[in-house]
Design a protein around this ligand. Structure first.
Ligand SMILES: [Fe+2]
Ligand SMILES: [Fe+2]
Length: 464
């Protein structure tokens, strides 16, 4: 009788089946982080989720192409069971930010790491070397994410979480049951709408309709520089929150869209870290001035768009990414020069990096807006016109209501604006078009003509 030789290691199909589970966990982690950025009150948690959303999405993408490599020859597509989706979507339904953090860092990460390590142990060290090298390159960062996450949530961790993690344990035992799902179909729809951005307790918020912070001399005066940075920081946080929700609320958009949104969110998280660094060096803290959430809450929904619709997504992208971030491309280039001339090379250095990223943000906004609006040459310009008209009309109404209810405050704001004009020698704020940056981002002449016609940017170059 001939001796039987059992395979010592996994076959390619088994390796692919293992990787698809892991890829699904990573993709789900990115999805959960995207949904929760805006709901976490602590800024360090928002930043961490922004960064992790991108890292997890990139790991899922690398695993996805490795899975294709293992399955292409046999035209198979490995699947996960809907039981796995039940576990991760249950995490997403956590009742509080503390529970969410506990579920992610104390429960999900250990299981994710264990799945990676199991793969390393069981797979063929030569046949599946591609997977092994990927996993080895991932593990140090994943271990670090878990450590940092646990350290951040330690003080907030309560024993009442035991029952909550028990629910997850129970679902985990049934993770291989249920209908088969492909990686692309393994996500779940949004569990909520989030109109209000969470901020730490006792945050002093600037009121809707207020002009917000009006630094008269943001280059020359120390306090006004602090105010300028404070405004910037609010823009970074709110951009991070909105972009993350754009991804989370539209899981059925293509994989490439989600990669772009994850990179964008992670960029905004890095920007926040850099701006906070500049503020700390000058003795300012976030919260020293009134905090603004208007770039999230004012862009979240629009009456003419059905909640959760593609049109709503389109309007958010058109206003945030193709209008506001387009203006940032112009003003950053201009500001970098002013800061250099004023000897503020630390701010100039940070803004140089921000500008690099901003071009990608506008480019991605243009790409995905075109995808949604269709390929007609002026469709995007028309859609932007419609979105912008609604947006400005609503802002004007909010301003009017604010002035009626807060006359003294409104007068003070106008005085600050006047002061700024005097500082500049009675000329309006100068925002010369950054033609190179806009061309690199993919703006057409039509797009540029539109923003100039609205009066937000001009052909004239600096008069300083
Ligand atoms: Fe930014
Ligand atoms: Fe940006």
């Amino acid at each position: 009788m001939r001796a039987r030789h059992h395979a010592a290691f996994w076959l390619p199909a088994q390796a692919a089946a293992s990787l698809v589970q892991i890829a699904c966990l990573e993709r789900s982690l990115a999805h959960i982080a995207a949904g929760w950025v805006v709901k976490m009150p602590a800024f360090d948690a928002k930043v961490a989720f922004g960064l992790q959303m991108h890292r997890a999405m990139e790991r899922a993408t690398a695993l996805r192409s490795r899975i294709k490599g293992l399955c292409h020859a046999t035209a198979e597509e490995p699947t996960v069971a809907s039981g796995l989706r039940s576990v991760v979507s249950h995490i997403d339904r956590a009742q509080t930010p503390d529970r969410l953090a506990a579920a992610v860092y104390r429960w999900l990460y250990p299981r994710l790491i264990e799945s990676y390590k199991t793969h390393l142990r069981q797979t063929d060290p030569d046949g599946d070397r591609g997977s092994i090298e990927l996993i080895r390159s991932f593990l140090p960062a994943i271990e670090e994410e878990r450590r940092d996450g646990r350290a951040r949530s330690r003080a907030r961790w309560r024993s009442d979480g035991r029952a909550w993690l028990g629910e997850l344990d129970e679902l985990w035992t049934a993770r291989t049951e249920g209908e088969p799902l492909t990686l692309e179909n393994a996500l779940w729809g949004p569990v909520d709408r989030v109109r209000t951005a969470a901020r730490p307790e006792r945050t002093r918020l600037s009121e809707s309709g207020s002009l917000g912070l009006v630094p008269a001399d943001p280059v020359g005066d120390e306090r006004d520089i602090g105010m300028f940075l404070h405004k910037e920081l609010d823009e970074e946080y709110t951009a991070l929150e909105l972009i993350a929700r754009n991804a989370y609320e539209h899981p059925d958009m293509p994989w490439a869209f989600h990669r772009d949104m994850a990179r964008h969110a992670s960029d905004e998280a890095r920007h926040a870290v850099m701006i906070a660094r500049l503020m700390t060096a000058r003795g300012f803290r976030h919260g020293d001035f009134a905090v603004s959430v208007s770039s999230y809450e004012g862009l979240y929904e629009f009456e003419p768009c059905a909640p959760g619709s593609r049109k709503e997504l389109l309007w958010r992208m058109l206003i945030r990414q193709t209008f506001m971030e387009g203006l940032a491309i112009d003003s950053l280039a201009h500001d970098i020069e002013r800061r250099r001339a004023a000897g503020q090379s630390d701010i100039a250095e940070v803004l140089e990096y921000v500008l690099r990223d901003e071009v990608f943000h506008a480019q991605s906004g243009l790409r995905w807006s075109r995808e949604l609006v269709g390929s007609e040459p002026d469709a995007i310009v028309q859609a932007r016109e419609e979105a912008f008209a609604y947006f400005t009309a609503r802002a004007e109404a909010a301003r009017e209501a604010f002035v009626i209810n807060n006359l003294d405050e409104a007068m003070r704001e106008l005085a600050a604006v006047q002061d700024g004009k005097l500082q500049r020698g009675a000329t309006p704020p100068d925002r010369p078009l950054n033609h190179t940056g806009r061309a690199q981002a993919g703006y057409t002449d039509e797009d540029i003509r539109q923003v100039v016609s609205w009066g937000y940017a001009s052909e004239k170059t600096g008069k300083a």
